[in-house]
Design a protein around this ligand. Structure first.
Ligand SMILES: Cc1ncc(COP(=O)(O)O)c(C=O)c1O
Length: 422
């Protein structure tokens, strides 16, 4: 009987709380401390250490539509990409079936992220990997693959020339020593995304809006991720599924011509695993729009209202969120050497002045906040509050820092500060 391979089941990837607690806690520790430890296979999940899906909820104030948009984040997967999921599923199914053994070389045809996933998972399972990808992709992708011990076999072109990587893979497969993780045609890719990504998407909307999914959008490369749409429709039959394609090279929409620069989404091909019968719409996005979208997130800044007004940030930023996450006091400090030279009378006078100016400064601060909000609103800025519960998340994340600071400067002082802030 073949040896049972090491790694999580589909159910454990969807619900990591099913993993034996001692294995899970070792895996969580290794995620940041020991990236190449095979225990990281148990980190292949959309969920964080508290078993919640990593996500961002984009509020209507930002998107301009009534529905909440929930973005699932793949960065928490080992290697930083959700493509470790299909790479693992495809490899482990091959091993369970006896089709792949330790002596095989694994081929990963890709435009990048699947290649990173294949190199990484092969490394954890002790297999040699060759990644076949276009030679004009970003430098970071090649470096990451090499870091995981993957060999590169580059074909000419970029994102829009993925067909050449497939031709090269097919020619390498003539050697029985090579086994391809054919993400474009193997249903293990579909299975991972239908069960794990789809199930996680359903979990991600719990407690958001009405808790149902009205629409699911995925940009197909291999068309694995979009398989989550089938699970979502199973749970919410009214849900619609949309495939997002590059405007400069749209395939499902109009046959695929031209070149584009959105790395990760393939084109000029409709893959064998794409269940087109359940794709309701195709949406086209221009290269430039993806950059503008990124800018919205990366160009954000953190400031008190007054600074937004004096720096005229409202001229380049449309939205402002009142987070209330910082109370930044300007502390009145005096040198001890100087203080010791003062008479008691002088010290009392300074203390009295400091007390008076504290009250006055806080009053000015509050007035400035109010007048700034009024001014910015009049200038057309849209000001909103954090979604309920988001501030609690910030407080939760900061909890270890309170503990750290309490040890350094005394718990009583920190408790008083926290109480005053509330
Ligand atoms: C950022 C990003 N989006 C979408 C995709 C496409 O996913 P799939 O191959 O599952 O269709 C990829 C694939 O690498 C990707 O990296």
């Amino acid at each position: 009987m073949p040896k049972i391979p090491f790694g999580p089941t589909y159910d454990e990837m969807l619900s990591p709380e099913l993993i034996a607690p001692e294995v899970r806690s070792k895996a969580i520790k290794a995620l940041h401390d020991d990236e190449l430890n095979p225990i990281n296979l148990f980190n292949i999940t959309w969920k964080d250490s508290t078993n919640k899906v990593r996500k961002v909820v984009l509020p209507p104030a930002l998107t301009g539509i009534d529905a909440n948009v929930v973005v699932m984040l793949g960065t928490g997967f080992p290697s930083g990409s959700h493509k470790v999921g299909p790479a693992y599923a495809t490899l482990i199914e091959g091993i369970v079936d006896g089709d792949i053994t330790a002596s095989h070389t694994i081929l990963g045809p890709s435009t990048g992220n699947f290649g990173i996933g294949t190199a990484y998972i092969s490394k954890l399972l002790g297999l040699k990997a060759v990644i076949i990808m276009p030679d004009n992709m970003s430098k970071e992708r090649y470096e990451r693959i090499k870091k995981y011990g993957g060999e590169l076999d580059l074909t000419p072109g970029s994102e829009s020339d993925v067909i050449l990587t497939l031709e090269r893979t097919h020619s390498l497969m003539k050697n029985p020593q090579n086994k391809a993780l054919a993400q474009f045609e193997l249903l293990s890719n579909y299975r991972f995304h239908r069960h794990v990504t789809g199930g996680s998407a359903i979990a991600a909307v719990e407690g958001v809006g009405n808790g149902r999914i009205a629409g699911f959008v995925s940009a197909p490369g291999s068309a694995g991720t979009i398989a989550a749409g089938d699970q979502i429709k199973y749970a919410f039959p009214e849900a619609k599924v949309a495939a997002l394609e590059p405007y400069e090279c749209s395939t499902l929409a109009n046959g695929g011509r031209g070149q584009h620069r959105i790395e990760g989404i393939g084109d000029k091909m409709c893959t064998l695993i794409h269940n087109l019968l359940t794709t309701d719409f195709v949406i086209l996005i221009k290269d430039e729009e993806t950059i503008q979208g990124l800018k919205i997130f990366h160009d954000g800044l953190e400031n008190p209202y007054g600074n937004v007004v004096t720096s005229k940030f409202n001229e380049v930023q449309k939205y402002l969120t009142n987070t209330g996450h910082v109370y930044n006091a300007n502390v009145f400090i005096i040198s001890k050497v100087f203080w010791d030279t003062l008479t008691d009378k002088e010290r009392e006078a300074i203390k009295k002045a400091a007390e008076e100016s504290k009250v006055y400064q806080r009053k000015l601060n509050e007035e400035e906040d109010q007048s700034s909000v009024k001014y910015l609103t009049e200038k057309g800025m849209k000001i909103n509050d954090l979604n309920p519960g988001e501030k609690d998340k910030i407080i939760q994340i900061l909890e270890p820092i309170y503990k750290q600071v309490s040890t350094a400067i005394g718990g009583d002082f920190v408790d008083r500060l926290v109480k005053a802030a509330k």
